[in-house]
Design a protein around this ligand. Sequence first.
Ligand SMILES: *[C@@H]1O[C@H](CO)[C@@H](O)[C@H](O)[C@H]1NC(C)=O
Ligand SMILES: *[C@@H]1O[C@H](CO)[C@@H](O)[C@H](O)[C@H]1NC(C)=O
Length: 378
Amino acid sequence: MKPTCILQKTMNILIVILSFFFLFPLLHLVASIESCLNAVCQIEAPVVRFPFWIQSQQPKICGFPGFSVSCNSEGQTLLKLPYSGEFTIQEIDYSLQQLWINDPHNCLPKRILSFNLSGSPFDGIYFQDFTFFNCSLEYLKYRYNPIDCLSGSEYTVYATSNRNAFMYLSSVCNLVKTVKIPVGLPDYEPELSWDIGNDLRLSWDTPSCGKCELHGGRCGYKSNSSQGIGCCSVPQNGIPRSARYAITVGLGVPAVLCFIVVLCCLCGKIKYYSSRHDPIADFRTTVAPQPIVVGGLDVSTIESYPKLVLGESRRLPNPDDNTCSICLSEYKPKETLKSIPECQHCFHADCIDEWLLVNASCPICRKSPQKLPAVDVP
Ligand SMILES: *[C@@H]1O[C@H](CO)[C@@H](O)[C@H](O)[C@H]1NC(C)=O
Ligand SMILES: *[C@@H]1O[C@H](CO)[C@@H](O)[C@H](O)[C@H]1NC(C)=O
């Protein structure tokens, strides 16, 4: 196996491992954000999201303890208080961390008589004392507003926080109970009798997601294991910033690694090819078969140059020149010499033949011989 292949395999394994460590938990986080999208019991019902969660629609990770809600058959969103039973959620303000509740059976005063927020994460913001009276006097109906759902044919029930009404009713009726009611707004000049149409207003402190919600974020658990609460901002395009971050990191890190691996592989491949296909070697093989004529003379011209065979006396045309300048060896008897007609310089015939094939000039005087008609040896 080539070293580049081993490197590539190692890097591939590394990517798989890193993807598992980076991508998987992040995708899981994205998935958990996706699964914790807003839920509703019906159209126009309050939107339910962290810290509230609809048990039948959302996983437990989407909600905070004490904030579980359910839907009834009428599509009402129900919140169960540990000591007071079920109430319908009329509205939730996630930024203010407040909610408005009422009685699903439209008799809130009845529920208020036994209202107790103990054991729930909720508390009231404004409390107002209301005193309930049970009266048998018929004419009181025309002066005060009776609570119909608590009244019978023989008696009428009233609730008031008005001091004068309290004074009068306590003198003619049975005082049932005085209760602290978490009202929507404190009424400093209370009516003679309570308007039962109002919802109860509650708030919560923990988890503190108001700031997050106020800035358009979405609250939730940081992870499945920890109880830490985090905030993801939700931009207009629908993908939370944290999710985009997760996607960027989750996909970006392996992508960068992939890029590096591809780069490494390409480098390896290029090296491999360059070692196998040596461009210079390729050049040589393509160029070599062509005759090297550049600067040389053609064979017929070289053949036409006068030759002479040395005798025993080694008589030379130029007696001072007894050495071949090409092979630097002295001329011996019986050797064939050749001279260049232009300058009369002599060389071994084999030496000058080879030379002139490459160079069209005399090796001694550099005179360029021309293509000449054959000259007979004198
Ligand atoms: C609410 O219920 C708890 C538990 O039963 C009790 O201790 C507490 O006194 C009750 N509060 C009121 C205002 O009745
Ligand atoms: C009012 O008194 C009647 C009997 O006089 C009783 O049946 C009824 O339960 C009482 N209602 C309340 C809310 O106390």
